[in-house]
Structure formats: structure tokens, C-alpha cells
Design a protein around this ligand. Structure first.
Ligand SMILES: Nc1nc2c(ncn2[C@@H]2O[C@H](COP(=O)(O)OP(=O)(O)O)[C@@H](O)[C@H]2O)c(=O)[nH]1
Ligand SMILES: [Mg+2]
Length: 312
């Protein structure tokens, strides 16, 4: 995977080529990041059953012979409880205003709720075209499916939004969705080189892969208090050496992350290392450190240092 977009690699677009930015928005946990990974064909966004897994706006790029679709994965829109939450929700709302098309993703296995109605209202107030995407249709049963669809259909018809149904997990409905989105885009150039799949540097994704393993290995209070800094990446022919620091807010969290005689940190490190090897297609040596940084989520300064900037 290439690190940065190099302008010289961008070819002229063929006749009739379409391109644009598609914002993926919705409540936490509806499958936005899973869907983006499916659409671009590689894991660049981490996913987990825990709400608020995605913290940064992340672009995933799908280039075909006829179009370039740049998907913008966003943190879920929810009611924020701390400074980090405020920055995340603000950035998700900002994303809505700068994209060409919004794909509003909902959990299509359960009926529409108040959270969806809140986002629908937000979207109705601006002029960007919206598609309503019902995800997780693999979880539906025949008895309730019609009623569930109807609950979203009423949201969509009120605004004139087209509806698509799919499963980000199984891939059902993917190509129909892709075609629908492509036709909604205007004629345009390549914004990125055709072989690039994300705008984020490899380092960022490495940090995210570590955070993902923490989400999978630890419980409730720890994951949300964690930030990762990649301190050093040294590439040699045989192996890539990565040193990273995991920041937590309290000593107790540090204890949990390290585990009995280092067992937890070892488990996290070895799973993250495997994921990184898939990312860079080579051998990785990973060393993890844990440091306490009290109340980093409340501090604008620390948020900035750890990569969570407010976007204007
Ligand atoms: N059964 C099922 N699970 C899904 C689907 N899409 C996502 N998930 C799961 O839902 C959880 C949240 O997914 P994620 O992509 O992190 O949601 P996000 O917060 O909206 O980005 C994860 O455990 C996913 O594996 C789907 O289509 N079907
Ligand atoms: Mg996500």
C-alpha cells in the first residue's frame, strides 16, 4: 500500500468518468466501517461491537474503470459526554456538509429509532443528496422484515431518499449499492491515484490496528480511555520494526492492559502484529509500551497531540 498520494501518478480520467466523495454517516455500531472496508476491498477502518470505535474521519477509495468513489467513514453521531466525544460528533457533522453524496446507514435488522430520526432531521436540513442504506439484512427474519423496512421507508419517502438494502458482513446487495452510488456522482477527475485505497498513512492504520485489538481484548472502561502513538517505524529488508505507546488515563487501566506478568499486552501485541503483517505484506516486530496520561480525553492539547483535531 502506498503512503501518500503522488500527483504525478494521477492519469487523466476517461470519457464519462464519474467521481466524488461519499460520506458514510449514521448511529454508532450500525456497520459504517465494515461497509467501507467491504466497498474498497481491504480493511483500512477498524471495527468492533463496541460503540465509538471509529474516531477519525477516514477515507477509503474505490477506483473502477468508470468511477472513483471516495468514501468518508465517520464516527457515529450520538450525544457526546466528554471533549473527545464532542470533537468526534462535530467532525462527523462537518463531513456531511463537504461531501457530494451522503450514505445514511442504519441497522436494518431492527426498526427505526429516535437516534435515526435525529440524524434524518439533521440531513434533511442540508442540500447534499442522501441515500438511506439498510445494513445487516442478514440478521433479519421473514416475519419482521417487512415491518422493519416500512419503518425506514417512511423516513426516506418523507425526504425523497432512495433506499438500498445490504449486508456489509456477507456482501449481499453490494454491487447494486455501488451502482446506485456511482450514478449519483457527477462527471469528474481522479482525485487520487487509481491504486491508492486510503488517504491515511500506514502509521495511522498501524495505530488503529493496535487499538482494535485493545477493543477486542479488554472490557468497557478501558477501550474508550486508550490512545495510540506510533513512536517509530524502522523498515529493513527482512522486517519492519514498530515501537508504539498506548496511553491510558489511570494506573488501574495500565494494570489491566499489561495483565498478569504481561500476558494481556502480549496477547494484544501478537494479534495486532498479525494484522499489521497483512497490511504491509511483510514481517513485523512490534513492541508496545503503556503510559498513563491522566484525563487526556478532556484536554484539547493532548487530543491534538494524539491525532484528534477539530476540523473546521
Ligand atoms: N450481522 C451483521 N453484523 C454486522 C454487519 N455490518 C457490521 N456488523 C457488525 O456490527 C458491529 C459494528 O460494526 P462497525 O463497522 O464497527 O460499526 P460502525 O460503528 O457503524 O462503524 C461489528 O461487530 C460488525 O461486525 C452486517 O451487515 N451484518
Ligand atoms: Mg466505525
Amino acid at each position: 500500500m502506498s503512503d501518500t498520494a503522488s500527483l504525478s501518478m494521477i492519469p487523466p480520467a476517461p470519457e464519462g468518468f464519474r467521481s466524488g466523495f461519499i460520506g458514510i454517516v449514521g448511529r454508532p455500531n450500525v456497520g459504517k466501517s465494515t461497509l467501507m472496508n467491504l466497498l474498497i476491498g481491504q480493511k483500512v477502518a477498524i471495527t468492533s461491537p463496541i460503540a465509538q470505535t471509529t474516531r477519525n474521519r477516514l477515507r477509503g477509495i474505490l477506483t473502477t474503470d468508470t468511477a472513483q468513489m471516495i468514501f468518508v467513514d465517520t464516527p457515529g453521531i450520538h450525544k457526546p459526554h466528554h471533549e473527545l466525544g464532542k470533537v468526534l460528533v462535530h467532525n462527523a457533522r462537518m463531513a456531511i456538509t463537504v461531501v457530494d453524496v451522503v450514505l445514511f446507514v442504519v441497522d436494518g435488522s431492527v426498526p427505526a429509532g429516535r437516534g435515526d430520526a435525529f440524524i434524518a432531521e439533521l440531513l434533511a436540513r442540508q442540500s447534499t443528496p442522501v441515500f438511506l442504506g439498510l445494513n445487516k439484512v442478514d440478521l433479519r427474519n421473514d416475519e419482521t422484515a417487512a415491518a422493519v423496512t416500512a419503518s425506514y421507508q417512511s423516513l426516506a419517502t418523507a425526504q425523497g431518499w432512495p433506499v438500498a438494502e445490504f449486508s456489509a458482513l456477507t456482501g449481499a446487495g453490494q454491487s447494486a449499492l455501488q451502482t446506485q452510488l456511482e450514478t449519483a456522482l457527477a462527471r469528474g477527475p481522479y482525485y487520487y491515484p487509481p491504486d491508492l485505497i486510503t488517504d491515511q498513512p500506514e502509521r495511522f492504520i498501524m495505530g488503529e490496528l493496535i487499538r482494535e485489538q485493545i477493543l477486542h481484548h479488554t472490557r468497557e472502561e478501558v477501550p474508550h480511555s486508550v490512545a495510540i502513538a506510533i513512536d517509530c517505524v524502522e523498515e529493513s529488508k527482512a522486517i519492519t520494526r514498530v515501537l508504539a505507546t498506548i496511553y491510558v488515563e489511570r494506573d488501574s487501566q495500565k494494570g489491566i492492559l499489561i495483565g498478569k506478568r504481561g500476558s494481556m499486552l502480549k496477547a494484544i501485541g501478537s494479534s495486532a502484529r498479525e494484522q499489521m503483517q497483512k497490511l504491509i505484506l511483510g514481517k513485523v516486530y512490534l513492541e508496545l509500551f503503556v503510559k498513563v496520561q491522566p484525563r487526556w480525553r478532556q484536554s484539547r492539547l493532548h487530543l491534538g497531540e494524539l491525532g484528534y483535531q477539530r476540523e473546521e
